[in-house]
Design a protein. Structure first.
Length: 280
């Protein structure tokens, strides 16, 4: 319904919006069978308001979907904040960003990453950055590890459905390959997950502390068939540099020393102030 106080009558007999100046009415064709002369039309104000409401609704839907998928993807809330914007600018990070930029090609050609290198150099963080970048585009991602998978599957009667569910994510990230148990049962689960992912034709990202040479030259037949599948699916990307965890530990130690030095100095000043004694 047209609000009379927001409109004025034009010379052509149509109501016009006082804000944008567009007509909020239009004439029906002279031969209209409806028996009405005029009908309502949206002026620029109404169109802009409607577009803004639709945009806000879609943004809310997008944010809710991304948040829901993020909770499914990660097992720890701290991973929600792993992103390229906060990452140190390195060649490896740039390659990881290129991977997400060219995701459609990566997906089409079933290309993944094998992030390998020493302990604590940020392999999991880089994988998490890739995950978050894709999640923001409403792409489904699951980041987990084989210890969790093995524990989850142990009590299940239908283990096949669990493995199939992992295969359905657009991207699967398996963290810390090589830290899982090496029992015959565990290795059987690992191979089943990798093989099912291989047959799904969807990309896989794996992180590991194992040297690439060990993966290529493995003699244990059960491990070898796992590693061969991974090397066929994933492009090796070395993640080197100093240990990220060690750097954080050193930084915390430095802050602690500064804190205690400041506290000790403050305590000495308080003693002098209270007793009137001076140190030499």
């Amino acid at each position: 319904m047209i609000k009379q106080e927001n409109t004025y009558l034009g010379a052509d007999g149509l109501a016009y919006c006082m804000v944008c100046g567009e007509p909020v009415e239009a004439y029906f064709p002279p031969d209209s069978i409806l028996g009405m002369k005029k009908h309502f039309r949206q002026c620029a104000c109404i169109r802009q308001k409607r577009e803004a409401e639709e945009k806000a609704y879609k943004e809310r839907e997008h944010c809710e979907l991304v948040e829901r998928n993020r909770k499914i993807c990660f097992e720890e809330p701290r991973m929600y904040d792993w992103n390229f914007e906060l990452a140190e600018k390195t060649t490896t990070i740039e390659k990881a960003k290129e991977y997400t930029t060219n995701w459609n090609d990566m997906k089409k050609n079933h290309i993944g990453f094998l992030l390998w290198g020493p302990i604590g150099t940020g392999k999991s963080y880089i994988a998490g950055c890739i995950a978050n970048a894709l999640l923001n585009r409403e792409i489904t991602v699951k980041m987990t590890n084989f210890n969790t998978i093995i524990d989850d599957m142990f009590p299940l009667e239908d283990k096949t459905e669990y493995i199939n569910a992992l295969a359905r994510y657009e991207l699967l990230i398996l963290d810390d390959l090589g830290t899982e148990r090496s029992s015959e049962y565990a290795l059987g689960i690992v191979f089943s997950v990798i093989d099912r992912r291989y047959r799904s034709g969807r990309p896989l990202i794996v992180t590991t502390n194992l040297p690439i040479k060990q993966l290529k030259e493995e003699t244990n037949i059960e491990k070898k068939r796992i590693y061969d599948r991974i090397l066929e699916m994933c492009v090796p990307l070395y993640v080197g540099g100093s240990s990220y965890r060690s750097d954080i530990a050193h930084e915390k130690m430095g802050k602690m020393k500064t804190f205690f030095a400041t506290a000790e100095s403050s305590q000495t000043e308080n003693i002098i102030e209270q007793t009137g004694t001076k140190t030499i």
